[in-house]
Design a protein around this ligand. Sequence first.
Ligand code: F0G
Length: 349
Amino acid sequence: MWRGLIEAYRDRLPVSEATPVVTLHEGNTPLVPAPVLSQRTGADVYLKVEGANPTGSFKDRGMTMAVSKAVEEGSKAIICASTGNTSASAAAYAARAGLTCAVLVPQGKIALGKLAQALVHGAKLLQVDGNFDDCLALASKLSQDFPVSLVNSVNIFRLHGQKTAAFEIVESLGRAPDIHCLPVGNAGNIAAYWMGYQEDHAAGNSKILPKMYGFQASGAAPIVNGQVVQEPSTIATAIRIGNPASWTKALDARDSSGGLISAVTDREILSAYRLLAREVGVFVELGSAASVAGLLQQAEAGKIPAGGTVVCTVTGHGLKDPEWAISTAPSPTTIQNDVLAAARSLDLA
Ligand code: F0G
């Protein structure tokens, strides 16, 4: 039986017998082949579907570690800044552990499902008149001055938890992919995957290391532009970040893997979002579609070798943002309770 990633990878994580494991049995997510994307790119493409985690995003991998370590250290309260998913995950794991959870989010800029999750799990939710970067500065200051543990990805335990996604991929494929694509926001996840792949390589589990391809939204692309974006803007609110905390680590992942960090437009993100839902059967949130948007963009530019193996992480579930989904999908048809009316509406009669 799968008992969560700490039990699965105990010997490769900074935990001991004394660590109280706080888990919702996160991890062990599907690696799903995406034939439509393989056809379009000429590569062998898989999706690592992180929306299948307990709170619907990859954040659960980091949170099981961060919250377990917070409890081990005697913390009674945790705090985070978030574009939504971190707050949902922190709230759930805090509820599980009996901790108080405070979350700071940019007012009006987080998806409805994520807001619901944080509230339902009982987090103290503060909506800040500012962006994510302002929220993170506030949360960091609060954790320095008051007895509360910061569980953003600047907390190294988060990255250790998240690196296990790379372990799972190597186990499934028997080696690392040639290219790994993922969205970049605060840049913790690209750093975590790179850590995981390097550890697997050093342990002899994969003969090769992947090239790390990270994608930011073009209105929130500080790493691509080489400078802080004061007012980041994108429809992909999850990655609406102008000053990523793990900037240097992301550059290291890019450069030591021989990869790239590039920008995708909101239009490209939306088109990948639709393609994933309509032709691959996987419903992801907008921010997650940036990885696939990036893959398609790079394939057009000839940067994806034919026959290579590519994994795209799709980081969060589409149901996180029901408002967006409904507003962009075709409207339902209302009919009378009548077979012929139904048949006509379905073009059957
Ligand atoms: N995809 C989704 C769905 C996210 O929620 C995030 C980050 C990312 C990608 C980017 O990952 O920050 O490690 O580069 N969300 C954070 C949050 C910032 O608060 O939920 P990253």
